[in-house]
Design a protein around this ligand. Structure first.
Ligand code: AHR
Length: 672
């Protein structure tokens, strides 16, 4: 390979190329990145099986929303000391939170009596401050004034250990007409040996026997990322930060669209006080609390110093488009949803003098957020009506916010009949690719000459969702969770994704944004595999995948400008490459997908002073990281020196490097 650093031959790289895509799937939000430790905190229900069958979009409704057996539950709650727990629907906490837990303490109760919550399959306990809060109301008929308070604790689920406990004094009578909110802190002094712990609220039976209380919105937060109230789980947010991402696409994905029009992700219902957020049945078989709401997403971007990429509802709910017309917004009503999107953008970006910007300020964020990218809908290649919906959104949104780049979720694609949306020049198109390694190898040239294809002049590409979903097999991708589908990202997945990322990096004028999907997998409850980051309640069990490490390397070692490489011998496959430059650092990315080393000779137009490298490799292409073996496949740093595994020489006025690129590897060499 011959690399030239001449300034005239360079192109600017895409500054936002590597980003994040997030939707609440696999308990990535509730039970994941959203730091709330209490599961089912407002008795809305948790994991629920709807009358749906999975397909490649994840879930397809087989009955209408009205027929879905949705019900609040006591999931994750259990009694202590004989208390009787039940759901109460007649003493709501708020308009939004209509189900509360009734706690009956039997006349003959002795000792401690109350209830516990088992968390999102456990709770991490360590010496730090936990903020606990709850709403309580006595049953008017029975409340006796001698109940002076409760104990709040973090305790082991396996032993008698109580890691932290505090008294909450009622300080006089509780109102029998309204709920009273209590807040307290728990400060364990030790690390619990495992995450099999619970949170408990208990009475002394001497005081409380025979009493009845209603509880709701019981919450427990550990310290959050950048100390945001109602914020993100620190360790998981740090994993995202360490990727050096440039943007966040949210809130979906399928989960933005809803199972019906009414249950779509509605930003107006997920802002403001938490007890005014009703939540919604998510598209991925569990209830979403919406504690991680629109403002929290924007603050997440602010804290990670990345750009938000907002996906707005385009009038389709899953699997509505042209299959269930009842779940598709009709043409005459579309203006309502377009206005909703206009208001939504004003909430994010408007000054405090605008109505929605003013509300944002009241919610604690007077400064407007930056918003450069808005996507209209999600995967609307399933639809026959996007071609008229998209221009209506585009026209109205552009008139209100001309400086935003709008992204279409469908365009003419010859492989799909009857889809004929036209994206005007200057627009962007979101492509999704869940594929096999072979597909990505074959598509290495996919974006070359893209702008010259008459159908897409002046249109750039956002690869909004991509990953290697299954191993190579006859018939292509294994969607059906059969033997071919990966449970965790493997080495060969990282190789395939790296090749596709090289295809993007070498076409920065075409592909400007990209994001892996899905982002998170709670090991205890998930709907989709493979995923980027696996986790459980115990931060020691987080697993960063091969795909995560590959992308981290690509994101960290990306120059400001691309460099041309002339290939003097040999073709791409089994080696793929790309080079870029920043200051005097030249980054050469190499992917070797073969089982054998590939000899590389690289010449460059300067004398090589140093070659530092980072490599991700594994002998078994189907190897993957997992709990207990979480860093089995992780980047290793090395230095190449003349005579020590490499030959580095002068080459005329330039330099030359000979090195055997190891089998099944992703490497970035940094030459100076
Ligand atoms: O990433 C999982 C799902 O895949 C997304 O929700 C959807 O956009 C795509 O079909």
């Amino acid at each position: 390979l011959k690399v030239t650093t001449k300034s005239g031959a360079r192109n600017k790289t895409a500054p936002f190329l590597h980003g994040l895509f997030f939707e609440d799937i696999n308990h990535s939000g509730d039970g994941g990145l959203y730091a709330e430790l209490i599961r089912n905190r407002a008795f809305q229900g948790s994991d629920v099986t709807f009358g749906r069958v999975p397909n490649q979009r994840g879930a397809r409704i087989v009955s209408s929303e009205a027929e879905i057996p949705w019900a609040p539950t006591l999931t994750a709650w259990g009694p202590i000391g004989g208390a009787i727990l039940s759901l109460d629907l007649v003493n709501p906490l708020s308009e939004a939170l209509r189900t509360v837990m009734r706690v009956d303490i039997p006349q003959d109760a002795v000792g401690e009596v109350g209830f516990y919550n088992e968390g999102w399959w456990g709770m991490d306990v360590r010496p730090q401050n936990y903020n606990a809060s709850f709403y309580i109301r006595p049953n008017g008929a029975l409340y006796a004034k001698n109940v002076t308070g409760v104990k709040v604790s973090l305790r082991s689920n396996l032993t008698d250990d109580i890691w932290a406990e505090t008294d909450v004094k009622f300080d006089g009578d509780l109102s029998i007409h309204n709920y009273t909110k209590f807040e307290t802190a728990l400060e364990p002094c030790v690390f619990a040996p495992n995450s099999n712990n619970t949170f408990a609220i208990t009475f002394d039976a001497k005081e409380a026997a025979g009493q009845t209380f209603y509880f709701d919105f019981i919450s427990l937060f550990p310290p959050t990322y950048k100390d945001r109230p109602n914020g993100l789980r620190k360790d998981l947010a740090e994993n995202l930060h360490n990727l050096a991402p440039k943007f966040l696409r949210f809130p979906g994905g399928n989960n933005m669209e809803g199972l019906s029009i009414d249950t779509r992700w509605q930003w107006k219902k997920n802002i403001g006080p938490l007890i005014d957020r009703p939540g919604r049945p998510g598209n991925w078989h569990y209830y979403n609390t919406d504690g991680l709401g629109f403002l929290e997403f924007l603050e997440w971007c602010e804290d990670l110093e990345i750009e938000p990429l907002l996906t707005v509802y385009a009038g389709y709910s899953l699997d509505s488009a042209d299959i269930h017309p009842a779940n598709t917004v009709p043409e005459e009503d579309l203006h309502i949803y377009i206005q909703e999107a206009i208001d939504q953008i004003q909430y994010a970006t408007g000054s405090i003098d605008s109505p929605w910007g003013n509300l944002r300020a009241k919610h604690g964020h007077p400064e407007p957020f930056s918003l450069k990218f808005v996507e209209i809908g999600n995967e609307d290649w399933f639809s026959d009506s996007y071609y008229w919906r998209y221009p209506r959104y585009l026209e109205a949104l552009k008139a209100a916010y001309p400086n935003i780049t709008y992204i279409a979720s469908q365009a003419t694609e010859s492989s799909i009949a009857n889809r004929n949306n036209t994206i005007p020049p200057g627009g962007m198109w979101d492509l999704h690719h869940y594929e096999t390694p072979q597909f990505f190898k074959e598509k290495f040239n996919f974006f070359d000459n893209w702008q010259e294809i008459a159908e897409y002049p002046g249109v750039t590409i956002f690869v909004g969702e991509y990953s290697v979903l299954s191993r190579d097999r006859a018939g292509g991708v294994d969607w059906e969770n059969g033997e071919g589908r990966f449970v965790y990202p493997t080495m060969v997945a990282a190789l395939g994704e790296a090749i596709f990322a090289l295809a993007m990096e070498r076409n920065p004028q075409v592909v400007t944004l990209s994001s892996y999907a899905p982002l998170f997998q709670n090991f205890n409850s998930y709907q989709w595999t493979p995923d980027f980051i696996g986790f459980s309640a115990d931060p020691n069990q987080t697993v960063l995948s091969t795909s995560y490490y590959q992308q981290q390397m690509f994101s960290h070692f990306k120059g400001a400008e691309t460099l041309p490489i002339i290939n003097t011998k040999g073709d791409f496959n089994p080696l793929w490459w790309h080079a870029s430059i920043e200051g005097n650092r030249v980054f050469v990315k190499l992917v070797n997908a073969a089982q054998a080393a590939v000899p590389l000779t690289l010449s460059i137009d300067f004398r090589i002073k140093s070659v530092n490298g980072t490599i991700l490799r594994h002998d078994d292409e189907y190897g993957f990281n997992y709990i207990g073996n979480a860093t089995a496949i992780s980047p290793v740093k090395f230095t190449l020196k003349n005579g020590k595994g490499a030959t580095i020489t002068k080459d005329g006025s330039g330099g030359s490097l000979k090195w055997n690129v190891p089998p099944l590897s992703v490497t970035v060499l940094e030459l100076q």
